[in-house]
Design a protein around this ligand. Structure first.
Ligand code: Z5A
Length: 212
């Protein structure tokens, strides 16, 4: 259904690449032209999905099986899609989402080794073919992103992973972008915030221009 609306945009990338910062910038930019915008995130986006996010991110003694992690992510995604994203798109709003299914291919498939077919099956079950119309992949060397993220408080369960894990995340995202054609636009996120915002602006303007 998202392809009928053309208004579903996701932001993706590894640790500290600037997703939240640039999502706020895009929202501001669209709202300035009078467009209705819903800003949301995954995992999360509804009270129940935010509770699942908390469970997913909390560091714990008990090892979390990859399948458990995957099913929790899709449980949150099902709720988020049904309660927030789909109704917002149907109401005519633009939806800006901080991470979506591409993150599952980068983190659970590329970095954790889950089968891509298992993810594709869940994706079909939960989203029935819907996907973002435009995905901006903020890409930068892993170590630099981690430096930016370090400024924050305690690390969550994902942030406690080693460098090699985040290298696999990055490689997974870039491989997916290479296969996705026009939908995923890779943006160099290693420059200053002003430079990255300018690059985001170019992609956004080009996308809106193509819709006109
Ligand atoms: N996860 C998963 O495994 N599978 C899935 O399917 C999904 C998620 C959906 C939580 O996500 C975890 O869930 C995530 C993967 C997993 N874990 N990890 N890692 P999250 O969205 O909360 O993940 P996050 O990567 O921890 O988000 P983040 O660290 O908040 O990063 P960000 O939003 O990309 O960055 P930011 O907050 O906009 O910027 C970070 C800092 O850098 C901040 O101080 C900014 O002011 C600064 N910044 C931003 N841009 C710049 C530039 N250009 N120059 C200098 N400084 C900058």
């Amino acid at each position: 259904m998202s392809h009928l609306t053309q208004r579903f945009i996701s932001l993706e990338g590894g640790e500290g690449v600037g997703k939240s910062t640039n999502l706020a910038f895009i929202a501001e930019r669209l709202r300035a032209t009078g467009l209705p915008v819903v800003v949301t995130r995954e995992p999360g986006g509804t009270p129940l999905a935010e509770e699942l996010r908390e469970l997913l991110l909390t560091p714990r003694q008990e090892p979390v099986a990859v399948m458990t992690e995957l099913l929790m992510l899709f449980a949150a995604r099902a709720q988020h899609w049904q309660q927030v994203i789909k109704p917002a798109l149907e109401s005519g709003a633009w939806v800006l989402c901080d991470r979506f299914v591409d993150a599952t291919y980068a983190y659970q498939v590329s970095a954790r080794g889950m089968s891509a077919d298992a993810v594709a099956s869940l994706e079909q079950l939960v989203l029935q073919g819907a996907e973002p119309d435009l995905t901006l992949l903020l890409d930068m060397p892993v170590s630099e992103g981690m430096q930016r993220a370090k400024a924050r408080a305690a690390f969550d369960r994902f942030e406690q992973e080693q460098l090699a894990f985040f290298e696999r995340v990055r490689a997974g995202y870039l491989a997916r972008a290479a296969q996705a054609g026009e939908r995923i636009r890779v943006i160099d996120a290693s420059g200053s915030l002003a430079q990255v915002k300018a690059a985001v602006d170019v992609e956004l303007s080009a996308y809106i221009g193509r819709l006109a």
